[in-house]
Design a protein around this ligand. Structure first.
Ligand SMILES: Cc1ncc(COP(=O)(O)O)c(C=O)c1O
Length: 366
């Protein structure tokens, strides 16, 4: 069993993916070829955003968004410590200071009720993370941002395709930034990412920053980065979009089946990550909480079930970021980091394999 089954996906889409790649090899426009624009148009329509700017990775998407918002040295950005490092890393690299706010203990997403108390005169933006494929409480976060004149960047690296009150992740705030890392809900065959916004001025800034700050060829109007998405990756993503709606349905069904199989089983001490009723998660990860995690993980491995821990140490406890938070400021993040365990998840996970996972988990927890 694979943790993320990309082989079955390729087998199902092989004719389209191969044809799309072949077309790029034949036209030879490897940088900013026609597939890049085609993909941006398709993704903007899919999310309901006015503008999509594809970029080299999810990390690059975050950096470009912060640069487009003109983050200045010392500016603060409120975010969560219970995330992949890139979230805070890009704030620091852009010259800013991450201000860590704890997460909700049941959803593992930033606790919007704690944000307002941490806003200072230096605060420029809020960067919630839509963790495990579930959108953070964007209505509450946007309302706070509007009261204080702040931008909101949704780190949607894990939530492309997710719904919040009927609207798509990435199209819910000033910027949405996603990742097309191969194992993400929509993944390419290397690194890739995209930014989404309804603001034409910010979209233009992001487009220029993506190509070394050029407003036209060799006219460097602003500081930028080398942040383009390869045409070949755009071609792969276009092929993968063909069955993406089906994959989203599968992910929702597999997530619901895990929920049902893991529901209050006597003697099985598992806590599920809550999904709020106004949201549909894409389950980038299907994550539970268990006691004695190392032991459970070992037992699952012995039973042939691969697992992963997202993430074992919250950022405020990491040497690179510890200066930005006191060690005990985010207790829910710490408790989650000690107990979370992600189970195999992908649109092609079979019911038989899912039964095997749950059976092995039951035995491990006995
Ligand atoms: C929450 C989060 N933010 C940012 C990133 C960075 O994305 P990428 O790997 O495409 O640079 C990831 C990727 O794992 C992520 O999970």
């Amino acid at each position: 069993m694979q943790f993320t089954d990309l082989k079955s996906q390729y087998a199902a889409l092989k004719p389209s993916i191969d044809a799309r790649i072949q077309a790029v090899l034949e036209h030879g426009q490897y940088i900013m070829g026609p597939e890049v624009q085609e993909l941006e148009t398709a993704l903007a329509a899919f999310t309901g955003s006015a503008h999509c700017i594809t970029v080299a990775s999810g990390t690059e998407a975050l950096l470009i968004a912060l640069m487009a918002l003109d983050l200045r040295p010392g500016d603060e950005v409120i975010t969560t410590p219970f995330t992949f490092a890139a979230t805070a890393e890009m704030i620091v690299l852009a010259g800013g200071k991450p201000v860590f706010v704890d997460v909700e203990s049941d959803t593992a997403n930033i606790d919007a009720s704690l944000i307002e108390a941490r806003i200072t005169a230096r605060c420029k933006a809020i960067m919630p993370v839509s963790l495990y494929g579930q959108v953070a409480d964007m209505a509450a976060i946007n309302a706070i941002a509007a009261r204080h004149g702040l931008a909101v960047i949704e780190d949607a690296a894990q939530s492309f395709g997710a719904l919040y009150r009927g609207r798509r992740s990435c199209a819910l705030s000033t910027f949405g930034a996603t990742s097309f890392f191969p194992s993400k809900p929509l993944g390419c065959y290397g690194d890739g990412g995209a930014l989404f916004t309804d603001d034409a001025v910010l979209a233009q800034a992001a487009r220029e920053i993506r190509v070394h700050g050029q407003s036209s060829r060799y006219h460097h109007t602003r500081l930028g980065v080398g942040g383009r998405l390869d045409t070949l990756q755009a071609a792969v993503l276009l092929a993968k979009l063909e069955r993406f709606d089906w994959e989203l349905e599968q992910r929702a069904a597999i997530g619901a089946r895990y929920e049902q199989l893991l529901q209050d089983v006597p003697g099985m001490d598992v806590t599920r990550i809550a999904v709020r009723p106004d949201r549909i998660s894409v389950y980038a990860q299907y994550t539970v909480r268990v006691e004695r995690r190392a032991e459970v993980q070992q037992a699952l491995k012995a039973a042939g079930v691969p697992t992963a821990v997202h993430y074992p140490l919250p950022l405020h406890r990491q040497p690179a970021y510890a200066a930005h938070c006191c060690p005990d400021c985010c207790p829910h993040s710490q408790r989650l980091a000690d107990s979370v365990l992600s189970l195999p998840m992908s649109a092609d996970l079979t019911a038989a394999d899912q039964n095997l996972v749950v059976h092995a988990l039951r035995r491990a927890l006995r």
